[in-house]
Design a protein around this ligand. Structure first.
Ligand code: PLP
Length: 449
């Protein structure tokens, strides 16, 4: 594709395509970057630039780009049976196999899958089904969800309401009723002089305080991303989730782990609830479930929830045309096979993850970096005006955007949220590619400073 084609595409894009999470007028002026090809950890744009994708698309291309097996499986399934629904007493083979596979793969007794097309829809689904779970047990008033400020659970009305992004709430009058939020653990921003353990307990107590304020008999569930991604990769203290679990059990509040980013190996464990050793009642999944090759989301329910829904729930008045789509299910199964057969998660945990952590933490020595945090294969650099104070730039976001643009010019894709540079590479990244990533990141920090 030559540059005239690129300009034509950009003009068409500006005229006809509204981009999500973009200032579309500004983007039209700047010109969209058009991506044309991917292989392993690299993507190419229409101008022929080769970019190391340290963000795995959007936290999702876990097995890397260009895996032919995934395309072949999709093609085979499309030819054999392109579609059938799971409504009206039917389903398809790959859908059944995937539900069983997820039951085996997810921890504890998360044995029951409901399929959606995305992470947002998975979180929408839990809002309805968890409320229904309590309602059919004669507790219709136990309907409040507690989420966290700055959490991200998707863009649908319920997803955005469960999330705590102020900018999203402003558009469309959210959150919907009976959803409350507490502050998340973000040591860099509000940890003060507290040590890790003290801070973990301090943050978890916010949940207990909120439950007591609202009344335990009114609180249906707490939802959180084990590691908050979109807001800036907030990695909670080690003891946070165990304590959250204890509080949820004490007040009989269901615990929902949104593992849309963290699931399928991102932390070096298959699921972050294993990384933090806690036991969710419900888990939402998407992204890495197909490594982004095709849209798919899922909700996993434990036996307790599934039993109540099965014995008292009646007809499940919820579902999507594409719930359990056979092509998506076939791709997910093949994606999981690749992750398992190639021991990709285990390699991240034992080898490339620790290597990446070492290199990433070394970037913390740069004068522009106030904190380098990482858990497995997900991390952030907090850019700061001066060290060692943990403070933010007054015009938050400007330096982050600058650094992101500089990195792109250096052939590296990092995402910026405010002034945090976010990291989430394909899980197949090699040591040599980690070296390249670290080198390009350091150079980009130098050029930004
Ligand atoms: N939950 C989390 C933690 C996410 O990061 C996202 C997307 O980034 C979602 C839910 C929404 O998923 P989707 O964009 O597939 O609707």
């Amino acid at each position: 594709m030559d540059s005239i084609d690129t300009r034509t595409l950009q003009a068409l894009d500006a005229a006809h395509h509204l981009h999500p999470f973009n200032d579309n007028a500004a983007l039209a002026k700047k010109g969209t970057r058009i991506l044309t090809k991917g292989e392993g950890c690299y993507v190419w744009d229409a101008e022929g630039n080769k970019l190391l994708d340290a963000f795995a698309g959007l936290w999702c291309v876990n097995v890397g780009y260009g895996r032919k097996e995934l395309g072949e499986v999709a093609s085979r399934q499309m030819t054999q049976l392109a579609y059938y629904n799971s409504f009206f007493g039917c389903t398809t083979e790959p859908t059944v196999h995937l539900a069983a596979k997820l039951a085996e793969l997810t921890p504890h007794d998360l044995n029951h899958a409901f399929f959606t097309n995305s992470g947002s829809e998975a979180n929408d689904t839990i809002l309805r089904l968890v409320r229904h779970f309590w309602a059919v047990q004669d507790q219709p008033h136990k309907n409040i969800f507690i989420g966290r400020h700055n959490g991200y659970h998707g863009s649908t009305v319920a997803g955005a309401s469960l999330g705590g992004m102020k900018g999203m709430h402003k558009q469309g009058g959210l959150p919907i009723p009976d959803i409350h939020h507490i502050d998340p653990p973000f040591w860099f921003g509000d940890g003060g002089e507290m040590g890790e353990e003290e801070y973990g307990l301090h943050c978890a107590k916010r949940l207990e305080d909120k439950i007591l304020e609202l009344g335990p008999d009114r609180v249906a569930a707490f939802i959180g991303e084990p590691i908050m991604g979109a807001i800036g990769v907030y990695i909670p203290p080690r003891n946070y989730w165990k304590e959250i679990e204890r509080i949820c059990r004490k007040y009989d509040v269901l615990l929902v782990a949104d593992e849309v980013i963290c699931g399928f190996g991102r932390t070096g464990e298959w699921f972050a609830s294993q990384y933090y050793d806690f036991r969710p009642d419900v888990m939402t999944l998407a992204k890495g479930i197909t490594s982004g090759y095709i849209p798919l989301g899922a909700v996993m329910f434990n036996d307790r929830v599934a039993d109540v829904l099965a014995t008292k729930g009646g007809e499940l008045a919820h579902g999507y045309t594409y719930s359990g789509h056979p092509v998506c299910a076939a791709v997910a199964l093949e994606n999981i096979r690749i992750l398992q057969d190639e021991r990709i998660v285990e390699t991240c945990k034992a080898d490339t993850g620790p290597y990446l952590a070492e290199k990433w933490k070394a970037l913390g020595e740069h004068p522009l970096v106030g904190e380098a945090r990482i858990a497995g294969m997900v991390g952030a650099l907090e850019l700061v005006p001066r060290k060692p104070a943990r403070e933010f730039f007054p015009d938050r976001g400007r330096v982050g955007q600058l650094c992101r643009d500089v990195a792109l010019r250096n052939g590296l894709i990092l995402r910026a949220t405010n002034d945090s540079m976010l990291l989430s590479p394909p899980l197949v990244i090699t040591r040599a590619q980690v070296d390249e990533l670290a080198e390009k990141a350091w150079k980009s920090l130098d050029m930004t400073a």
